[in-house]
Structures are given as structure tokens and as C-alpha cells.
Design a protein around this ligand. Structure first.
Ligand SMILES: *Cc1c(COP(=O)(O)O)cnc(C)c1O
Length: 366
């Protein structure tokens, strides 16, 4: 008997290229799109190692945990790194980027996370892109948590390296990812003697052996099941409409925020300004005297399928994450999360109003 997951015809180069083209359409980009055969950390690291070296001066914007990782990779490449760290309850502004360039005109690379699922903020990439462009630096963007939840437009924004993964708002697989690469970024890599070559991390290998060869022969056997899952995920987004998918995420975020505020008991949105709150996930500050990780365990004990988690590391005491993305960008998931958090807060003796929270969430969804 043939097995639906095992006995598949090999994935052809033409099929692989057609999936890349559909990712390019999703990003409305005319840049080269390379699908990498690994989780998004693969192109995130590959792009930094491809571009950075001892001659690089990088402005590394830290608005959450990924920015810290990018800074570590950049330093490891020998780059001079200027970290611009902003409190995790806000976004970075274009003015802060402008000031950094004024102080350090030698900056030639900017690394930025678009939306942070881990801290719940989102950064104004269009405005930042203008500043970076005016100074001629390369702009590297981690759009893993934003794609599918809000617009991601590398060409319009002047992003030179835009990394996406399908596992968050796209509701797809985690095992493959993609990066769009501008001509300027390819030139930087080609001129970088330290850029990975003949390496799993190498973007240049894909440029030289796949793209420049007309995408006729793959470098190695692709992760076929993951590629098919990515294609199915693109099918679903195209049939629902990207705008509708993004709207579901925006509504889920607005409803969670409004619901949490109406719930009471001292629960607060973690990101103060709603315009800086990411549509992909909503972070909440646990009330004084409570521990976020305990509240989340109580809520999950009642229903383990809820999209709730505590913040990572030291944030686990104060941050609750409502991960309303992908299949959880629904009214039902938001309502169930509010009810469970309300129950957990009530068990701690805090006064909450669950019906008011559900009403506020419903109104925000409209
Ligand atoms: C989720 C995410 C990634 C990918 O990391 P995983 O932990 O493997 O899911 C990368 N960058 C950002 C900003 C993310 O939110």
C-alpha cells in the first residue's frame, strides 16, 4: 500500500521554483526569493553571516529577544555593533534611527525585527526604511512574526533582506522559511570574503547554483513534506485572501486588548500604545502580586489547547502572551483565553468581570 506521506514523487525543481514565486507574490517583491530548508533561524543567521564582517558597522535594534541574538551573530562576524535597545513595552521610532545615524554615520547595516511575538510590539518599518535608505545602509528585517498578520512590503519599504517563516500568522509549517534579497545585498555578500560558501548557511550558494542557473537544478534533496505544507498554506491564504487573514489578526489583537482591559483585576496590556502593539500576538502584564507563569499554568490546566504562554526568561513573572495567530486568530480562541485568564485571576482573589470582557472583545471585533 502506498503511504500518503512517504511514497511521494520527488519534488521537481520547477515545482520548488513555483512555490518561491508564490512567496514573492505574497511579499509583493520583485527581489530574488530563496526558500531555505530549515526553520527561519537559518536564513536569519545566513543573511547576517553573508553580509557582515570586520569592516561592517551595524546598528542592531533590540525590541525583544531576537534582536539580542542578531547582535551576538554580528559580533561573532567581527562587526562593530551599536545596539539600540528600547523598552520591550514600546516600539523603536524612525527618529531614534535617524539619531543613531547622526552619531555614527559609518553605519552600513541595520538589523531590525518587524513584529515581536515574544514581546508583542511592532516597529514602523516603512518610516525606518526611508531613513536607512537615505544613508545607504542595508536593511535586514525579521518579518517572521509579522507576515500574514500585517503588511510586509520589502520593495516599498526598501528592505534588502526580508526573512519570513510560515509558522506564525501564515498558519503553515515551521521547517522551511524564505528570504527576499535585493541586488545591493547580493553585491555585499559577493564582496564579503567571510560570507559562507559551500555551507548550509550560504545564501550565495543558492544565488550562484540555483538562481543564476535559471532554477533548473536544486542544490540538494529538498524537505519535500515541508515544501508541500508551505504550498498548501499559500493555497489557503490565497483562497481566503491575504487581506482577510491580516484582518483576522488585527481583530484578534484589538479584541484581546479590549477584553483584557474590561476584565479588570489589574490586568493591563503590556505594550502601552495600541499602535505599537503587534497584530500577531497580544502581551499582557500580570497584576501586581501575581506571577504570570502561574496564571498561565492555571489557565492551561483548565484547557491545554488555549494559545497562552508566559513570557520567556525573566519576563515569565510579569508577561502573559496570548498567541492569537494562525488557526487561533479567531473570536473563539480570544473568548476562551479571556474566560480562562478571568478564572485564573478570580482564583487568586482578584475581582474580575468576565461578561464585560467578552462584551468588550465582541465590540472590538466589529
Ligand atoms: C517566532 C519568531 C521567529 C522564529 O523562531 P521560533 O522560536 O523558532 O518560532 C523568529 N523571529 C521572530 C521575531 C519570531 O517571532
Amino acid at each position: 500500500m502506498t503511504h500518503p506521506l512517504l511514497d511521494l514523487a520527488p519534488l521537481s525543481a520547477a515545482h520548488f521554483a513555483s512555490i518561491e514565486d508564490r512567496v514573492a507574490r505574497l511579499l509583493r517583491t520583485g527581489q530574488d526569493v530563496v526558500i531555505m530548508q530549515g526553520e527561519a533561524l537559518l536564513p536569519l543567521e545566513g543573511a547576517i553571516r553573508g553580509c557582515a564582517g570586520p569592516g561592517t558597522t551595524a546598528l542592531n535594534v533590540v525590541t525583544g529577544p531576537y534582536g539580542q541574538t542578531f547582535g551576538d551573530w554580528l559580533r561573532d562576524c567581527g562587526a562593530t555593533v551599536i545596539d539600540l535597545t528600547v523598552p520591550f513595552h514600546t516600539a523603536v521610532t524612525a527618529a531614534q534611527i535617524r539619531e543613531a545615524f547622526a552619531e555614527h554615520p559609518e553605519i552600513d547595516f541595520v538589523s531590525l525585527v518587524h513584529a515581536e511575538a515574544a514581546t508583542g510590539n511592532t516597529n514602523p518599518v516603512a518610516e525606518i526604511g526611508e531613513v536607512v535608505r537615505a544613508h545607504g545602509a542595508l536593511l535586514y528585517l525579521d518579518a517572521v512574526a509579522s507576515v500574514g498578520a500585517e503588511p510586509v512590503l520589502p520593495d516599498a519599504w526598501g528592505v534588502d533582506l526580508c526573512v519570513i517563516g510560515a509558522q506564525k500568522a501564515m498558519g503553515g509549517p515551521a521547517g522551511v522559511s524564505a528570504v527576499s534579497v535585493s541586488e545591493r545585498a547580493w553585491a555585499r555578500m559577493a564582496a564579503n570574503p567571510r560570507a559562507p560558501r559551500r555551507s548550509y548557511l550560504s545564501l550565495l550558494d543558492w544565488k550562484e547554483r540555483w538562481i543564476d542557473g535559471g532554477r533548473k537544478a536544486l542544490l540538494f534533496a529538498p524537505a519535500q513534506l515541508e515544501m508541500l505544507a508551505l504550498e498548501a498554506c499559500l493555497d489557503r491564504i490565497e483562497s481566503d485572501g491575504l487581506d482577510a487573514v491580516m484582518a483576522r489578526h488585527a481583530f484578534a489583537a484589538a479584541a484581546t486588548r479590549a477584553g483584557a482591559l474590561a476584565l479588570g483585576g489589574g490586568l493591563q496590556p503590556y505594550v502601552h500604545d495600541p499602535r505599537e502593539a503587534a497584530p500577531v500576538a497580544t502581551t499582557l502584564r500580570s497584576p501586581d502580586g501575581t506571577v504570570a507563569a502561574d496564571l498561565v499554568s492555571r489557565a492551561l490546566a483548565a484547557d491545554p489547547s488555549l494559545p497562552l504562554s508566559a513570557g520567556g526568561g525573566p519576563l515569565s513573572r510579569e508577561m502573559i502572551r496570548v498567541n492569537h495567530y494562525g488557526p487561533d486568530a479567531t473570536r473563539a480562541a480570544v473568548r476562551a483565553s479571556l474566560v480562562a485568564l478571568g478564572t485564573a485571576l478570580a482564583e487568586q482573589g482578584l475581582g474580575v468581570d468576565v461578561p464585560a470582557a467578552l462584551r468588550a472583545a465582541e465590540e472590538a471585533w466589529r
